[in-house]
Ligand binder design. Structure first.
Ligand code: WTA
Length: 635
C-alpha cells in the first residue's frame, strides 16, 4: 500500500525518508494505485540536471481528463465538481456536477476539433474566472491541445507577446468580465492584440456581460451556439506521459516572459498527491482557492489537483472588497468552506479592515488555511490564525513556483507543527539545499543561502517553450547539478525553512511576479526618458511596491513631472498591465553605475528601503556623486 494520505508527523518522516531513499519505487507506488493509466510506464525516472532533461513515467499513456472526470462518474457523478460563485452576490451560485462537467468538457472539446485544433496545437485562453475557463482548459487537455492561459488582467501587448511566443492557433475569450463594480472589455483587448498575431485562425467568444462587441467574420465565433450543436461524447486523446500539457508564462529577470512547459503524467501525479496531503482533503470537503486560473496556483490547485481527487473546488469570479470587505467570509459561511487557500497580500488587505467583517460570519466550517505567493509576515500570519482560523485551523504556508508545478515546502496540517513565517519542511520527495556564493552546499542548521533543489520531482517544468538554452541558463547554471529557484532561504535550528525572498531582479507585488527588465523597457519607450531602473520596496498591503529611478534626456528642461509620471504609468499599463505600475517615480540626474557601466540596483534598493546606512563602499562607482543626490531627493 502506498502512503497516499499522511496523517501524523512520524508518518511524514517515514514516508519522506522512503521518498528520498527509493524515489522511483515511491512514486511508482503512488502512480500505480491512485490514477488511471491506458498503459503503464517502462521507466519511472530518467534525469540529468546538467543537460538539463527530466522524464517521469516514460512509456506510460493516459489522459489527465480521464483522471479528473471520467473515473469519478460512477462513484461521484452527482457530486459538485466546480462550485461557481459569481462576482455579484445577488447572482446564484452554480453547482456543476462531475457528470455535467464531463459533458461540458466533451462538448467543448468537440468544438475545438471542429475549429481545426489538433493534438499539440497551442490554444491561448484569455478568460475571467467563469466556468468556461476551467472547461476550456480541460477541453484542451481532452484532445491533447496545449493550453496557454493568460491572466485576464494583462494588457493587449502582453497578450500578443504570449500568443506569438507559443504560436497559438486559437484564442478563447469572453465579451467582457466583471470585477467588483467594474467591467472590463476583454474582447476589445483581444482584438487589439490580434492586430499583431498572424497565426491565430479563430477566436471563440463566451458571453458574460452581454456587451456589444466587434465580431470579425470568419475569425470570431460565439461559443454558445457551437456548444449547442456539439456532440456530448468525445474520446480522450491518448497522451504519452511526457507530452506537453500546458505552457504558462512567468516573468523573468530579463527580457521576454518565460513559457514554462509542463508535461502530463508527472504533473498530474504530483499535483494530486500534494493537494490531498497539504489540504488534508476528505470526501465531503468544500475546498476554495482564491487564486485566478491565470496563475499556476489556479492550474494546479483549482483545476487539476482537486479534480484528480474528485474534490469540490470553488471558482470565485469577484474580488475580496466587493460589495464589501466581508465577501470572502460571506462565501465561506454560505458554502461551508473547509479549506481556504489565499495570498498574503489578500490577508493584509483584509486585516486592514479590522475584525468587524470577519466576525459577522460563521467560519466554523474551516479546517485548514493556506497561503502562497510571497513570504507571509508575522502580523498577517497571526491575524489569519486568530481571526479566521480561530486558532484551531492550521496554516499551511506553501512555498513553490510556476516552474515547480506543485507545492514544494509546506507543513502537512495536523501533523507538522507550524511556525509563523516558516514554510517549514520539504514535502515528500523534495530535496532542498542551501548554497553559498561559492557554489558550496551549506550543511547544518541555523544557516541561510540560496535555495536549490537537488533531485527531480514529478512536476518540474521540462523546458521554456522554444528556448531550452534559457531554461538551462536560468535554472541549472548557477549551481552545478542543481535546480536553482531564484529565492533565498534560511534553515532554523530544527531544520525548518523560511523563504526570505527573491535574490534576482524579480519583484513580487501583491503576489504577482514582475520582472524589472520588461517594465524598464516600457518606461524607456517614453520619448523623454534616457534611462531607468526599478527596484522593490516594502509595502504594507502589497508586500512589495515598485520604485522607479528615471533620468530624463534633457534634465535641465522644465517639465511637468507629474504629467510624465502619469504617462510612464500609462505606458506600463499598456505594455504589461496595471499590476506593474510604479508607486514612486523619482527623477534623477544619473544612476549609480559600476565602472563597466552596469546599473547598481543594490544601491538603489537600499535607498528605496531607507537603508542608506547599509550602502557599503560606493567610492568604486563610476559616478559616486549621484548617490548622495538620489538620497537627498528620495520620495
Ligand atoms: C514566492 C506561485 C515565500 C517565491 C506558486 C517564489 C513564496 C515565487 C511563497 C513563485 C511562500 C511563493 N513564501 N515566498 N509561501 N510562495 N513564493 O511562480 O519568491 O507565481 O519563487 O508561483 O513566489 O511565484 P509563482
Amino acid at each position: 500500500m502506498s502512503n497516499y494520505h499522511i496523517k501524523q508527523f512520524e508518518e511524514y518522516f517515514q514516508v519522506y525518508k522512503k521518498s528520498i531513499n527509493q524515489p522511483e519505487q515511491f512514486w511508482e507506488e503512488i502512480a500505480e494505485e491512485h490514477f488511471y493509466w491506458r498503459k503503464k510506464w517502462d521507466k519511472v525516472l530518467s534525469w540529468d540536471f546538467r543537460k538539463p532533461e527530466v522524464k517521469w513515467f516514460e512509456g506510460a499513456q493516459l489522459n489527465i481528463t480521464e483522471n479528473c472526470l471520467d473515473r469519478h462518474l460512477r462513484t461521484r457523478g452527482e457530486k459538485t465538481a466546480i462550485l461557481f460563485e459569481p462576482n455579484n452576490p445577488e447572482e446564484k451560485a452554480e453547482h456543476i456536477s462531475y457528470k455535467q462537467l464531463h459533458e461540458r468538457v466533451c462538448k467543448f472539446a468537440n468544438v475545438l476539433k471542429e475549429k481545426g485544433i489538433n493534438k499539440g496545437d497551442r490554444v491561448c485562453i484569455y478568460l475571467p474566472m467563469i466556468p468556461e475557463l476551467a472547461v476550456s482548459v480541460l477541453a484542451c487537455a481532452r484532445i491533447g491541445a496545449i493550453h496557454s492561459v493568460v491572466f485576464a488582467g494583462f494588457s493587449s501587448t502582453a497578450l500578443s507577446t504570449r500568443i506569438n511566443d507559443c504560436d497559438a492557433k486559437m484564442v478563447i475569450t469572453s465579451d467582457g468580465s466583471y470585477r467588483g463594480a467594474k467591467t472590463l472589455d476583454l474582447k476589445g483587448i483581444v482584438d487589439e492584440a490580434l492586430e499583431n498575431c498572424d497565426g491565430v485562425a479563430s477566436v471563440l467568444v463566451a458571453k458574460r456581460i452581454n456587451s456589444e462587441v466587434f465580431m470579425k467574420a470568419g475569425r470570431d465565433y460565439w461559443l454558445q451556439p457551437l456548444l449547442d450543436e456539439a456532440y456530448q461524447d468525445c474520446n480522450a486523446e491518448i497522451m504519452n506521459a511526457e507530452d506537453p500539457l500546458f505552457i504558462l508564462y512567468t516573468s523573468g529577470s530579463t527580457g521576454m516572459p518565460k513559457g514554462m512547459m509542463h508535461t502530463t503524467a508527472g504533473y498530474m501525479v504530483y499535483t494530486a498527491y500534494t493537494f490531498k496531503n497539504v489540504f488534508d482533503y476528505r470526501e465531503d470537503d468544500v475546498y476554495w482557492c482564491t487564486a485566478d486560473i491565470g496563475w499556476i496556483t489556479g492550474h494546479s490547485y483549482i483545476v487539476y489537483g482537486p479534480l484528480a481527487n474528485g474534490a469540490t473546488t470553488v471558482m470565485f469570479e469577484g474580488v475580496p472588497s466587493y460589495p464589501d470587505f466581508g465577501r470572502f467570509w460571506e462565501i465561506v459561511e454560505k458554502h461551508k468552506i473547509t479549506q481556504f487557500y489565499t495570498a498574503p497580500t489578500a490577508i493584509r488587505a483584509l486585516a486592514k479592515q479590522g475584525t468587524e467583517f470577519v466576525d459577522t460570519y460563521d467560519l466554523s466550517s474551516l479546517k485548514v488555511l493556506g497561503t502562497v505567493g510571497e513570504p507571509i509576515n508575522e502580523e498577517a500570519w497571526h491575524w489569519y490564525n486568530d481571526n479566521v482560523g480561530k486558532k484551531k485551523s492550521p496554516i499551511v504556508d506553501t512555498w513553490w513556483q510556476t516552474e515547480t508545478g506543485g507545492i514544494m515546502i509546506t507543513p502537512i496540517p495536523f501533523s507538522t507543527p507550524t511556525k509563523p513565517t516558516y514554510a517549514t519542511l520539504p514535502f515528500i520527495g523534495i530535496q532542498p539545499a542551501l548554497m553559498d556564493d561559492d557554489g558550496q552546499e551549506i550543511k547544518g542548521n541555523q544557516v541561510d543561502g540560496r535555495l536549490c533543489i537537488k533531485f527531480p520531482w514529478p512536476s518540474i517544468a521540462r523546458t521554456i517553450w522554444g528556448n531550452h538554452q534559457r531554461y538551462k541558463d536560468t535554472y541549472f547554471s548557477a549551481f552545478d547539478n542543481m535546480y536553482f529557484t531564484g529565492d533565498g532561504a534560511l534553515r532554523d535550528e530544527v531544520g525548518y525553512y523560511r523563504i526570505t525572498g527573491r535574490v534576482d531582479d524579480v519583484i513580487i507585488v501583491s503576489g504577482h511576479n514582475l520582472g524589472t527588465a520588461p517594465i524598464e523597457d516600457a518606461i524607456n519607450e517614453h520619448q523623454a526618458v534616457a534611462e531607468s531602473a526599478i527596484v522593490g520596496f516594502p509595502h504594507d498591503v502589497k508586500g512589495n511596491a515598485m520604485y522607479g529611478y528615471i533620468t530624463l534626456k534633457d534634465a535641465g528642461e522644465t517639465r511637468d513631472h507629474d504629467n510624465v509620471r502619469k504617462e510612464i504609468n500609462q505606458l506600463i499599463t499598456d505594455r504589461i498591465g496595471p499590476i506593474a505600475k510604479l508607486d514612486k517615480i523619482q527623477f534623477t540626474d544619473g544612476l549609480p553605475k559600476t565602472r563597466s557601466g552596469k546599473i547598481m540596483r543594490r544601491i538603489l534598493r537600499k535607498i528605496a528601503c531607507n537603508e542608506t546606512d547599509q550602502l557599503g563602499d560606493t567610492s568604486t562607482l563610476l559616478n559616486p556623486e549621484v548617490v548622495q543626490s538620489i538620497i537627498d531627493h528620495k520620495l
